[in-house]
Design a protein around this ligand. Structure first.
Ligand SMILES: CC(C)(COP(=O)(O)OP(=O)(O)OC[C@H]1O[C@@H](n2cnc3c(N)ncnc32)[C@H](O)[C@@H]1OP(=O)(O)O)[C@@H](O)C(=O)NCCC(=O)NCCS
Length: 181
């Protein structure tokens, strides 16, 4: 296991933890993705600047949550979220990962890099199980998940209502024993 050290350079970009000053840029990026991409769960209406600020603020104060951004020329072009369930002690070993990359920056390896960072960070802070779910048709996300050794666990049928089209969600997980490398 390698420790995650942020900030880090990745090709022409900087990968670093978010700050509250990134709220507007992070909000704009999410709005952009929601307007052109229907593989995320949020609708454009559900994404607000105030909501983004509250989200960033609460995650920065929780050491079992990671919010990372990819920066290109002061613009945020990618986001990664890793979170542990903090409401139930019996689920405290379970981490979950989500990510988004602006469409003009996709297919450059950013999503793969973010996912690797998410897995390493989750392991560093004690995850025994890391889980992730995505739309069944989300080929790039499934590719990233599978190439990182996650196992398919099942399908949630008709789980996402995409404008009246009820889509399947696929679930994956990877398990780590405490003494794993
Ligand atoms: C899923 C997502 C994060 C991938 O980000 P990315 O930066 O394009 O990913 P990468 O460039 O690292 O590519 C990952 C793999 O998918 C493949 N890939 C990328 N785009 C693809 C496409 N449109 N169709 C098929 N495969 C694709 C790449 O070739 C790569 O495979 P490889 O490692 O075998 O070469 C990005 O597409 C995205 O943000 N989508 C919208 C939001 C979303 O769906 N998020 C996930 C919600 S669960």
């Amino acid at each position: 296991m390698h420790n995650v050290t942020l900030p880090m350079a990745f090709n022409d970009y900087i990968i670093r933890e978010i700050t509250i000053d990134d709220s507007t840029s992070a909000y704009k990026m999410r709005k952009n993705i929601a307007s052109c991409c229907d593989t995320i769960l949020a609708t454009s209406d559900e994404i607000s600047l105030e909501g983004m600020k509250l989200w960033i603020d609460s995650w920065l104060r929780n050491d079992k949550r990671l919010f990372v951004v990819v920066e290109d020329n002061k613009n945020i072009v990618g986001q990664l979220w890793v979170w542990f369930s903090d409401s139930k002690a019996k689920l405290a070993h379970v981490a979950e990962i989500g990510l988004e990359v602006l469409s003009t920056y996709q297919r450059k390896g950013i999503g793969s890099k973010l996912f690797e960072i998410g897995v390493e960070w989750a392991r560093q802070v004690g995850a025994i199980r890391i889980q992730v779910q995505t739309l069944e048709r989300n080929e790039p996300m499934r590719r990233i998940i599978e190439k990182n050794g996650f196992e398919y666990e099942g399908t949630k049928h008709c789980y996402v209502n995409n404008n009246g089209n009820f889509e399947n969600m696929v679930c994956y997980a990877r398990l780590f024993c405490k003494n794993d490398d």
